[in-house]
Every structure is written in structure tokens, then in C-alpha cells.
Design a binder for this molecule. Structure first.
Ligand SMILES: [Zn+2]
Length: 421
């Protein structure tokens, strides 16, 4: 499967090389894409230059204290793609789309009120993986990332991705991934919307790094999840939802194949996430695995029966609601005795995720804010701000989303095609 060939070892990032590669990829794009994407392109280029250059200058976190210092640990963060929790039986969807996670439910902490700040991969992860949030959207340029945090805490860091890494929009993701000690890039397809590249490909590198002789490991697994076009996301044996059983009445005959293929993609995603948990568990680790999706997806839900995809200008609930689950190993549980029953229904924006992760990992530092940790006794509920933070007055609370009318569909389709993720 060739991931060895693309396995890369982190060295000091070379800004000019990165920019050269970036320009090359831009030139390969069609003129139409270039025209439409020019503004995005400038912004991304400026961001990348800033990020790569400033990465060298970002000071470490102040007064880092590790409750598990000196102990072996394996901590895994699985980032999903375009998966809204309403379509998972784990969260009450009537179709059994998550049978494996349902079976291991007693081992899971299932948080059911988490939303993403933005319905696009990069814009969401710029906040999920850093101290940036909707009120401080540029902090990802000047403060350490989650990867830097874990490196500072003495973890060897790995990034496995089944997302493409060569398009202009993904350059930001590449920049984040390059902060890890080792990368496994599994997807070099130019148009992942139209390509079958199943997430099960992450199993082999995952098994390999779990077997590596490093006492402390931090692993990010970035899945392609349930990204549009859904029927490319799963092999034939997962094509199990094919009729109208369990389908809401609003779904038309024309919409039914798409609706069903999304559920089949969720079913395959359940297999992937549960298999990662099983493979981790089999190594008898001291650690945990956390899974969340970058954002959700609207797929003809009853409140917005004509909406498919995502559009920040015309938001609907399913674009923002994400699954958020934590599995902890018996060895970890024996020490920590985690009980999050008081936290499972808290309203939470994944923009503050770095505080939750630090809390779970037993890390404290000056920048840590316990009121922004989903699992902390000092947690404080805040508005769940959604919208484009470059226009602060346009930010609204998630609860204020109103159902949209079908006229939004045309605009939404264009948006989805401009933005590969
Ligand atoms: Zn995404």
C-alpha cells in the first residue's frame, strides 16, 4: 500500500520549499478553480508563510506540569470528517449505523452536546488543534498547537492521515501535520470527492507505530470519514442501507440513494473507529482514545429537507453537531477512575478542545483554562459561537439557527464544490 514510501520524518520546515510546492500545486489547478479560489489562495498562502515562519518563534507553554510525568502512555486523537451525530445510532438515530460503538458503549464516555465553530475542515481544525477560537481566530499563528503541547510534554508525536495533502486548501493541514515527529500520508489523490480511498488504510500504520518502542506516544488519525461523495467512502460489504426502512418521510425518491449512502458511510466509519479502539486495547496501553468529527453535514434532515452539504452562510444544525466520545484503557481507568457523568450533556464548542485534551492528558500550564475544559469541575457554559470570525458581528449562538428554505440549495452546492472539504 506504499505508505512507507510517503512516510516523512520531520525536520526543520523549509519555508521556501513549502512555498515552491504550494505554487506548483496551484498551477496544476484549472484556471476556473484558480479564479474562484484566488482570494482563498492568497489568504492561505499568507497564513502558511506566517505559520511556518512563526512556528520557529513561538515560545513553549509556561510552567508545564504533567500529572503522568515519567509514566508510559499512548494517547490517540481520531479526527472524523463530515459526520453529524444525529445519524449515529450511538446518539439515538433509529437505523443501526454504529453497531460496533453501540456494543462497546459501556466502555465509552459519550458527550452529546458538542458543536463545531465552523462547518469547514481547515477553519474548524485551526481552532480545534490550537488556542484559537471564534473570539481569537488568529491565535493559531502565535501560540503552540496541540502537537507542540504534546511534544513539550515528552510524547513522540505521529500524524496518520487519509485526507489528501496536496491541494491548496490542505496546505494548512500539511503544515499542522508536519509539526509531528512522523507522518503517514495515505491519500495522494487530487480529487478526493470522487475517489475511493477507504479509511481502513490507516490500520496498518497505526499497528506499526503502536508496536514502536517509544514509551510515550501521541497519535492523531485524520480520517476521510463521511465526506461527500458518500458512496466512495465504503466498500461494497457496507452497502447495507438500501431501502426506505427507517428513512424519514421527507426524503424523496431522488434523494434516497444519497441519504442511504451517507448512512452506509457512517456504518463504515463506525467500523473504522471501533477497530482503532480494539487495536489500541489489544496492546494493553496506559491511555485513551478520543474521537470527534471536524464538523457535521446536512443530508436531507427533516427540519431542512432540501439541504445537502454545508454552508456557513445558511447554517443548519446538522452541519455543526459532532460526535465526541472517549474510550480509556483499563490501566488508565485503574489510575484515573474517570467518571464524566456530570459532563456528558454540557454545551461545548470544539473551538476550546485543546483545554479539554490537556485536562484529559493530565497537563497543566499557565495558558490552561479549566473553565474551557468539558471535563473540568470549573467548566463554564458559554455561547456556542458559529460563523466567520473575520466578521465578528455576524457570529451567532448555535441555538439561534433557523430552518432554511430550499432557495439556499443552489448557493450551498456552489460552496461545496469550491471547497473540497
Ligand atoms: Zn471537514
Amino acid at each position: 500500500m506504499g505508505y512507507e514510501a510517503t512516510r516523512q520524518y520531520f525536520k526543520r520546515p523549509d519555508l521556501q520549499t513549502a512555498i515552491d510546492e504550494f505554487e506548483e500545486n496551484i498551477e496544476a489547478a484549472s484556471p476556473w478553480q484558480l479564479l474562484v479560489g484566488y482570494h482563498q489562495y492568497r489568504r492561505q498562502l499568507e497564513n502558511m508563510e506566517g505559520l511556518l515562519a512563526s512556528q520557529e518563534r513561538i515560545p513553549p507553554l509556561e510552567h508545564l506540569v504533567d500529572a503522568h510525568a515519567g509514566q508510559p502512555a499512548t494517547l490517540v486523537l481520531v479526527i472524523g470528517e463530515s459526520t453529524n451525530r444525529q445519524r449515529q445510532s450511538l446518539y439515538g438515530y433509529p437505523r443501526p449505523t454504529t453497531p460496533n460503538l453501540d456494543k462497546m458503549r459501556s466502555e465509552l464516555q459519550v458527550f452529546d452536546n458538542v458543536v463545531t465553530p465552523r462547518p469547514y475542515t481547515i477553519e474548524a481544525l485551526e481552532q480545534v488543534l490550537t488556542f484559537a477560537d471564534q473570539e481569537h481566530p488568529d491565535l493559531y499563528l502565535t501560540t503552540p498547537s496541540l502537537i507542540s503541547l504534546m511534544k513539550q510534554a515528552g510524547y513522540k508525536t505521529y500524524w496518520i492521515t487519509n485526507q489528501q495533502t496536496i491541494t491548496k486548501r490542505n496546505t494548512m493541514l500539511t503544515t499542522f501535520s508536519k509539526q509531528a515527529d512522523e507522518q503517514f500520508y495515505l491519500n495522494n489523490n487530487r480529487d478526493q470527492n470522487l475517489t475511493s480511498k477507504y479509511d481502513g488504510d490507516v490500520f496498518e500504520p497505526f499497528a506499526q507505530l503502536l508496536a514502536e518502542d517509544a514509551p510515550r506516544k501521541f497519535v492523531i488519525v485524520h480520517l476521510l470519514g463521511t465526506h461527500m461523495r458518500y458512496h466512495y467512502r465504503y466498500p461494497e460489504e457496507f452497502n447495507r442501507f438500501t431501502d426506505r426502512t427507517g428513512v424519514p418521510a421527507n426524503v424523496t425518491d431522488d434523494q434516497l440513494p444519497t441519504y442511504n449512502s451517507y448512512d452506509n458511510a457512517v456504518l463504515y466509519n463506525d467500523y473504522v473507529v471501533s477497530s482503532l479502539i480494539e487495536r489500541l486495547r489489544a496492546t494493553d496501553p496506559n491511555g485513551f482514545l478520543l474521537y470527534l468529527s471536524d464538523h457535521g453535514e446536512a443530508v436531507f434532515d427533516a427540519a431542512n429537507p432540501d439541504i445537502l452539504g454545508r454552508n456557513e452562510e445558511a447554517p443548519t444544525g446538522p452541519m455543526y453537531t459532532v460526535p465526541f466520545i472517549v474510550w480509556s484503557s483499563p490501566r488508565w481507568q485503574a489510575q484515573q477512575a474517570w467518571d464524566f457523568s456530570a459532563s456528558l450533556h454540557r454545551p461545548y464548542s470544539s473551538s476550546h478542545f485543546i483545554h479539554t485534551w490537556a485536562d484529559l492528558a493530565g497537563l497543566r500550564f499557565d495558558e490552561f483554562d479549566p473553565s474551557k475544559s468539558l471535563v473540568n469541575a470549573e467548566f463554564k457554559a458559554r455561547p456556542l459561537l458559529i460563523g466567520n470570525p473575520q466578521h465578528p458581528k455576524s457570529l451567532i449562538d448555535f441555538s439561534l439557527i433557523k430552518p432554511k428554505k430550499p432557495k439556499e440549495l443552489v448557493q450551498q452546492k456552489r460552496e461545496t464544490e469550491d471547497r473540497t472539504l
